[in-house]
Write a protein of this length. Structure first.
Length: 71
């Protein structure tokens, strides 16, 4: 039983060390990754809105875009 308690404590300490390493030393890289993901989502949203506007205004152009993307 004592061995189990020490094992759980050791695993918890290793987990805390890993979190400190990831968010302490690699924090700027994680922040950069999250910033790039946010930028990609904004670009995707703008692209979807533009595509739906094209689809409503000119369905033939939207079909050409679909054909070009599926190629």
């Amino acid at each position: 039983m004592l061995r189990t308690i020490f094992s759980v404590g050791l695993i918890a300490l290793l987990g805390l060390f890993a979190l400190k390493l990831v968010f302490g030393l690699l924090g700027p890289l994680v922040a950069l990754l999250l910033m790039l993901v946010g930028f990609a989502l904004r670009v995707l949203l703008v692209g979807v809105v533009i595509y739906f506007v094209i689809r409503v205004v000119s369905p033939a152009t939207a079909a050409k875009i679909e054909a070009a993307v599926r190629r």
